[in-house]
Design a binder for this molecule. Structure first.
Ligand code: BES
Ligand code: ZN
Ligand code: ZN
Length: 496
């Protein structure tokens, strides 16, 4: 889809669909709709009066052009209540509008810049959110079916229109930024939606190498067995697919010793291992590499945005499978750090592979770390798909991430890392165990386990178990992978 910005008014623009907006509860027309209303002989104001145009967020009212406008049809999209308008509402409205365009087979869509000037929103932010909502909103996983039902229709062009010439430059910049970020997020979603037989550790590692090459990032691909990564290998033991650990490094500030490590859980399928999961919904465990996909997505954006920071992405990759040579509950693994781990539950495998990845990141000089992982079902119990859990040892970093997440429609909620949780992970026969017997407070005990390997390095752990993969369309995201938290981390890297 082409994305254009034009300095033109809604009554002059030519396109198959023109998108205007309306606020919920508002009696008057929005500024942008007034001229169009006149051209339509007051049709829009009549529909508002009749209550047909409600302004509810994401609700579309389609109007057929009676001839005076230069567009095929007009869609009035609801922006919700004016006082509640934020960037996520704009994304939602933009997604609803472009999905309507696809539904009615409109090849070109022209839209006004929703919300600019309301509540301090700048044209730059609004246009970025419109493009993000549109690109993310159109995404569907292509899948593998021979017969597509319904047959695919592509919207060819999205045109952002604005008649104030002074705003064109920021609108263009916002649109371009939004496009780059949303496309990277969609790429991450593709990896997560791919089934585990198509997205193996080897396949993922190859793709990471490819992405590193196009983006001129330093690339390392390691055989965990040769590196002494015993925790990662203990998870891989039950699988016929060989494990891998890859690292991609971006140096935006070569003079600085600071290095941020982004570490993504890359379990390409989590059956639970010998502590086998129930079969209901087990197919969703193809998404247990969402953290890895997010890290790859973020790394792929750095050469576009060029933040003046050094960033290393570290991705441990393996399947978690049961077999005659799988790790058994009670087994003890020796991690790369030298700490021994008693494996109580083979389904608590994410923390095992992250432990070695964290140690590796520290050896590569990480001075700050963020790990991203679909770590615990307990996080879904606590927060559902409304927010990711965030836990760590550095409140400043956590505060920055929460704020950035809120601005980007990717909420995070802090959970505690009390000493009690660390005590729950003490083993009688090893340095630490991977699961407490009770299973209580699993997001926090999981983080407590990771903290042993992190040590004092400033660190935040994002538990995206509930947010990485949704089973129902929500706002501007189709069911399946969401791409969380790619854009939040990018903005954080750019702003802090
Ligand atoms: N990958 C799962 C967590 C998960 C569950 C992610 C559902 C997405 C949806 C993880 O490896 C796991 O199984 N965690 C266990 C930990 C427990 C044994 C301490 C869990 O949450 O049950
Ligand atoms: Zn598991
Ligand atoms: Zn898992």
């Amino acid at each position: 889809m082409r994305i254009g910005v034009r300095c033109i008014s809604d009554i002059d623009v030519k396109s198959d669909l023109l998108v205007l907006n309306h606020y919920e509860g508002s009696k008057s027309l929005s500024e942008s709709a007034k001229a169009a209303d006149r051209a339509l002989n007051g049709m829009i104001s009549k529909l508002i009066k009749d209550g047909e145009i409600s302004g509810k967020l994401g609700k579309i009212t389609l109007i057929h052009n009676a001839g005076k406008l230069k567009v095929g049809k007009i869609a009035i999209v609801g922006l919700g209540k004016k006082e509640k308008l934020d960037l996520d509402a704009i994304r939602t409205a933009a997604s609803a509008a472009i999905n309507k365009a696809r539904e009615i087979k409109a090849k070109t869509l022209a839209t006004v810049i929703h919300g600019a000037g309301i509540g301090g929103l700048k044209a730059f932010e609004s246009s970025k959110a419109i493009v993000e909502g549109s690109v993310l909103g159109l995404y569907r996983f292509a899948g593998y079916a021979k017969e597509k039902d319904p047959p695919e229709f592509r919207v060819l062009e999205l045109i952002l229109i604005e008649c104030d010439r002074s705003k064109i430059k920021p609108i263009k910049a916002g649109a371009e930024l939004g496009r780059i970020i949303a496309e990277a997020e969609n790429h991450a979603r593709d990896l997560v939606n791919a089934p585990s037989n198509k997205m193996t550790p080897t396949g993922f590692a190859k793709l990471a190498g490819h992405i590193a090459k196009i983006n001129k990032l330093k690339f390392t691909s390691l055989d965990p067995k040769k590196e002494g990564m015993g925790a990662l290998c203990s998870v891989a033991k039950g699988s016929d697919e060989p494990p891998r650990l890859v690292a991609l490094e971006y140096r935006g500030n070569p003079k600085s010793k600071e290095k941020i490590a982004l570490i993504g859980k890359g379990i390409t399928f989590d059956s639970g291992g010998i502590s086998l999961k129930p079969s209901k919904n087990m197919e969703e465990m193809k998404a247990d590499m969402a953290g890895a996909a997010a890290v790859l997505g973020i790394m792929s954006l750095l050469s576009d945005f060029k933040p003046k920071k050094n960033v290393i992405g570290v991705i441990p990759l393996t399947e978690n499978m049961p077999s005659g040579h799988a790790t058994k509950p009670g087994d003890v693994a020796t991690s790369l750090s030298g700490y021994t781990i008693e494996v109580i539950n083979t389904d608590a495998e994410g923390r095992l592979i992250l432990a070695d990845a964290i140690t590796y990141a520290k050896r590569r000089g990480a001075t700050k770390m963020i790990d991203i992982a679909t770590l615990t079902g307990g996080c879904i119990v606590a927060l559902g798909d409304a927010a990711s859990g965030i836990i760590g040892n550095n409140d400043e970093m956590i505060g920055q991430l929460i704020k950035t997440g809120n601005q980007n429609g990717q909420k995070m909620w802090q959970l505690p890392l009390y000493d009690e949780y660390k005590d729950m992970m003490k083993s009688k026969i090893a340095d630490i165990k991977n699961s407490s017997e009770t299973g209580m407070a699993s997001p926090s005990t999981g983080a407590a386990f990771l903290s042993k390997f992190v040590g004092d390095t400033p660190w935040a752990h994002l538990d995206i178990a509930g947010t990485a993969y949704i089973t129902k369309h929500s706002k501007y995201l189709a069911e399946g992978a969401t791409g969380v938290p790619v854009r939040t981390i990018i903005e954080w890297l750019l702003n802090y």
